[in-house]
Ligand binder design. Structure first.
Ligand code: F6P
Length: 324
């Protein structure tokens, strides 16, 4: 193995730079060349690459976003796009690719491997935490801290005005961000796609809170929840049915994807990425590295894509107890 390529793809997440840095530095440590591709698969298709050495990644461990930028490439979904990407990798004499991203990234990597024999190694990076084969993905912890900080601020104004706030958080089809940040921020109710508690139950719970003497409340709503109303409709519905509630909506949106990575995410990114390089050096391919019970493990990319990372339902029970 003489040269490894690295790229970040899909939605960016805080800690991706720490991951790039660790790949590049591990390559330097083991005397392998390293090349970065810009904007994920799209940069591979366009041949936008940059040679990276240990000094190219100085002063980035603390930065959010990704210095290699990211994209969701439509062109790569086509066979022709993938062929062009593979040709460029061959031209650049890249022996293996480290792909930092989520499930879309890994699906693309597997296609590249199956159709063109490129060796790939996945490093899970997404704020959603929705990847099987790892307890945590890079960026999730930072996103949680961003959400909790935002909700703490919302709580100040909610309690000053005796208001009910619906706070929508990201997570695509998974409720990890909502569930964990909801507990961390002391939310009244948490709505996640994995558990549809229903509108009736929400109304009952809010009514009960009112009777129990609560004057303000926060409901965390995962963007993918299955209650059948978007967060604005939900607020309208509660206003109509429980008119004493002065309800407001805050959609946190993309601020959840930015910011300085937490120490946890930097260390996670560093450990996973060094391991990714070492596994390639060891002749392994088409794996994803992950953190399982604080050890760095690996599983096949197929398994990572087929498996489902499930939420810890006990957290729902805890949340219910604590919002009494
Ligand atoms: O996967 C990360 C994520 O931020 C999801 O939580 C969200 O649903 C999606 O990406 C948003 O994507 P985009 O930035 O393309 O709007």
């Amino acid at each position: 193995l003489r040269k490894i390529g690295v790229m970040t793809s899909g939605g960016d997440s805080p800690g991706m730079n720490a991951a790039i840095r660790a790949v590049v530095r591990a390559c330097a440590y083991y005397h392998i060349d390293c090349v970065g591709y810009y904007r994920g698969f799209q940069g591979m298709i366009n041949g936008e690459s940059v040679e990276l050495n240990a000094r190219s990644v100085r002063n980035i461990i603390n930065l959010g976003g990704t210095i290699l930028q990211s994209a969701r490439s439509k062109e790569f979904m086509t066979e022709e796009g993938r062929s062009r990407a593979a040709e460029n990798l061959k031209k650049d004499e890249v022996d293996a690719m480290i792909l930092i991203g989520g499930d879309g990234t890994f699906r693309g990597g597997l296609a590249l491997s199956e159709e063109h024999g490129i060796q790939v190694m996945g490093v899970p990076g997404t704020i959603d935490n929705d990847i099987y084969g790892t307890n945590y993905t890079i960026g999730y912890d930072t996103a949680l801290n961003t959400v909790v900080e935002a909700i703490d601020k919302i709580r100040d104004t909610a309690s000053s005005h005796n208001r009910l706030f619906f706070v929508e958080v990201m997570g695509r089809d998974a409720g990890f961000i909502a569930l964990t940040s909801g507990i961390g921020a002391g939310a009244e109710e948490i709505l996640i796609p994995e558990e549809n508690l229903g509108l009736e139950r929400l109304l009952n719970s809010l009514e009960h809170s009112r009777r129990a003497g609560k004057t303000s409340s926060i409901v965390v709503v995962s963007e993918g929840d299955k209650i059948g109303k978007n967060v604005f409709e939900l607020a309208d519905y509660v206003r109509e049915n429980l008119p004493y509630y002065d309800a407001r909506v805050t959609v946190l949106g993309h601020i959840q994807r930015g910011g300085r990575p937490s120490c946890f995410d930097r260390v996670l990114a560093s450990r996973l990425s060094v391991k990714a390089v070492e596994l390639l050096l060891d002749g392994q391919k088409n794996l994803m590295v992950g953190l399982i019970n604080n050890d760095i493990e690996s599983c096949s990319l197929e398994k990572a894509l087929k498996g489902k990372h499930t939420i810890n339902k006990d957290l729902l029970r805890i949340s219910e107890i604590l919002s009494t």
